[in-house]
Design a protein around this ligand. Structure first.
Ligand code: C2E
Ligand code: CA
Ligand code: CA
Length: 615
């Protein structure tokens, strides 16, 4: 008996693996059919609770009822008006068996109404996740039926699988929405903007088309002065102003921070686009009421035109960005149209390009290392290599700046090879002075590297050259990098897996494009982006996302690392949610190789950042 129960559970687990939100009803129906057959039941149902509305919603049932009344009395049941049995399912913590008797008359009556059947016995198994009851799995037998302990155990396991599925589906829904919308304003985000721009440059459309790049002047000063929340409200107000001052068919997107883009619908002319820009400039500058104060900020607007069928989106946006920088350079509060002279001006971009190749060779490029720690013990389990560059003219540069330039100028491969080689060399050196060291080294990989055909061979050769075991290396890449050229990336990822190298999806949650695509990929780690971690203690939306990502990681058996942990509150919440590894200023900022060596010898980061606790 128990072997077959195990087999039943295993079959169900297999069936639920591939389910997504479009197939959940049908697949759950199939699972219920099997369970009904196995346990000799007459009816079964799966319900998911909606915590916000305090209701329970029918997801699937077996067998299907022949005549479902409309509205279906079993479809959506609000707990407040539910019979005692359904009401009890709201917070049900363990299996509830209801057998015929006077005390369940009201429940029997509702089942009678919904299905036309009287005198039933019912087993209700809660779906539990994160300490909440998130749904129920129910079985009905006409007449009486008792349950064996082994059967109940199997039901609990199946309910746990369903709860995990439910959490994963919720996570996928949230990420899908995030993928195209800016969380703060609800406006389309960068991804949606790029798709829209691509569309509007399709050959055959009348042109030219105009795009306005809008940047609020000195918002940071206001943020510093009034705090994050006020800054966020201000951004929301600006978003509303922008939408109110363009036509409904014009496209308004938020790029992040205080940057917005308006794409004017239909053909435009420099004069027309400028008049729209001036109107927006005036409208946004009007004072905004915030916490009893009237605040105002000017904006800079950059304007660029492009011709459908001839120009490229990347250049178009770049031109508008260039124009807005020119507006800022004039002190802000200005509308500037892009001109060809701007293109030829020697700017930071050119300076970086000129020196990067030399820097790779002359040693002005270095790596810092930031520990990844186990949350509870604060033991260092890995170090992430982060590139640093002191530019001879521009001074210290942010890696995202020069890595971006390297990408744009075909230097990404060269930079990436250097970083990987240096990180492996360093790890081998730490190993030599610290035998028994078992930390991994994480190296960031840029999109261009990932699709180079000789990438895997290069990694293998580097590992061999330094005598580093493949399992000690993790390569970090963003979702966009993986999804952009999916087939080439997949080949690379398979090669890496074969080699035994770990793969982490970096900045997870910010660039989700297709969970379905991501699912099939040989990936071992998710790194939750620091944007969701920063305000974990105060922002319930972020909490929900992190919770969802935790569920997602669990569902796919992936390791999870939270990035950007800056305070103990966030660390405690993450630990509660079941996230075991983290990285962030709370534990240690990125440090030089020499400092990292000391940290590795200590083994953990407790003594550095916390009052000594004893180990
Ligand atoms: P990333 O891969 O997400 O790296 C983590 C970044 O978060 C680092 O910034 C790190 O200093 C910062 N950080 C760590 N803990 C905290 C925290 O608690 N709070 C805050 N606010 N930030 C924290 P960094 O070093 O400026 O690097 C920025 C990005 O540049 C990296 O983001 C990565 O995408 C890229 N990058 C850095 N080195 C390389 C490299 O060698 N190759 C490639 N392709 N990209 C690199
Ligand atoms: Ca990274
Ligand atoms: Ca990251």
């Amino acid at each position: 008996m128990s072997a077959t129960l195990d087999e039943l559970v295993a079959t169900v687990a297999g069936q639920l693996m591939a389910v997504d939100s479009t197939t959940v009803a049908a697949e759950a129906g199939t699972v219920l059919r099997q369970l009904v057959g196995y346990f000799g039941m007459d009816l079964s149902f799966l319900r998911f609770h909606d915590q916000d509305r305090r209701a329970t919603i029918l997801v699937a049932e077996w067998p299907p009822r022949p005549d479902v009344p409309d509205p279906d009395p079993l479809g959506c049941i609000f707990f407040d008006s539910a019979d005692p049995t359904f009401a009890a399912s709201e917070h049900l913590a363990d299996v509830m068996v209801v057998r015929p008797g006077a005390d369940t008359a009201e429940y029997q009556e509702r089942v009678l109404q919904g299905s036309g059947i009287a005198h039933t016995s019912t087993a209700i198994v809660p779906l539990r996740s994160g300490g909440l009851t998130t749904g129920v799995l129910g079985f009905v037998k006409f007449g009486d039926r008792g349950w064996e302990p082994a059967e109940l155990r199997a039901l609990r396991t199946i309910a746990a699988l369903l709860a995990q599925l439910q959490a994963r589906l919720t996570a996928e829904d949230q990420l899908r929405h995030l993928a195209h919308h800016d969380e703060l304003t609800g406006l389309p985000n960068r991804r949606a903007l790029l798709a829209h721009l691509e569309n509007s440059l399709a050959p055959g459309w009348p042109g030219p088309r105009a795009v306005l790049f809008i940047d609020v002047d000195r918002l940071k000063a206001m943020n510093d002065f009034l705090g994050h929340q006020a800054g966020d409200q201000f951004i929301q107000a600006v978003a509303a102003r922008l939408q109110a001052n363009v036509r409904p068919q014009d496209f308004v997107a938020r790029l992040g921070g205080d940057e917005f883009v308006v794409v004017i619908d239909g053909p435009s002319s420099p004069g027309h686009a400028e008049s729209v820009a001036l109107r927006i400039q005036a409208a946004v500058a009007e004072p905004i009421e915030l916490g009893g104060q009237a605040l105002s900020r000017t904006v800079s607007v950059g304007l660029a035109l492009a011709r459908p069928g001839r120009d490229f989106v990347s250049e178009w946006l770049h031109d508008a960005d260039h124009a807005v920088l020119a507006a800022k350079a004039r002190g802000g509060n200005a509308v500037v149209s892009f001109t060809e002279e701007m293109r030829t001006r020697t700017d930071a971009h050119n300076l970086v390009e000129m020196h990067l190749q030399a820097a790779i060779r002359d040693g002005s490029l270095t790596l810092d290392y930031q520990p990844v720690v186990e949350l509870t013990s604060r033991r260092v389990v890995a170090v992430e290599a982060l590139a640093r560059w002191i530019h001879p003219v521009l001074g210290p540069l942010q890696p995202d700046v020069f890595v971006g330039v390297a990408e744009a100028t075909n230097l990404a491969g060269e930079l990436g090879r250097w970083v990987l080689d240096e990180a492996c060399r360093q790890l081998a050196q730490w190993d030599a002075t610290n035998p028994g060291l078992d930390v991994r080294v994480h190296v960031n990989v840029s999109p261009a590297q990932l699709i180079a055909i000789d990438f895997v061979d290069g990694v293998a050769a580097t590992l061999a050259a330094h005598g580093v075991a493949a399992r000690r290396l993790v390569l970090e890449m963003t979702e966009q990098a993986v999804v952009r050229d999916h087939d080439a990336a997949l080949t690379t990822l398979r090669g890496l897996r074969k080699l035994g190298v770990g793969v982490a999806i970096d900045d997870f949650g910010t660039g989700y494009s297709s969970m379905e695509q991501l699912k099939g990929l040989p990936v071992s780690i998710l790194k939750i982006d620091r944007a969701f971690v920063r305000d974990l203690g105060t922002n319930p939306q972020d909490l929900a996302i992190v919770q969802a990502v935790t569920a997602l990681a669990a569902a796919f058996g992936l390791e999870l690392i939270a990035e950007g942990v800056e305070d103990e509150a966030a660390a405690a919440i993450l630990a509660d949610l079941g996230c075991t590894q983290a990285q962030g200023f709370l534990f240690s900022p990125p440090v030089s190789a020499a400092t990292m060596r000391g940290l590795l010898e200590a083994g953990d980061v407790q003594l550095r950042c916390l009052p000594a606790r004893g180990k």
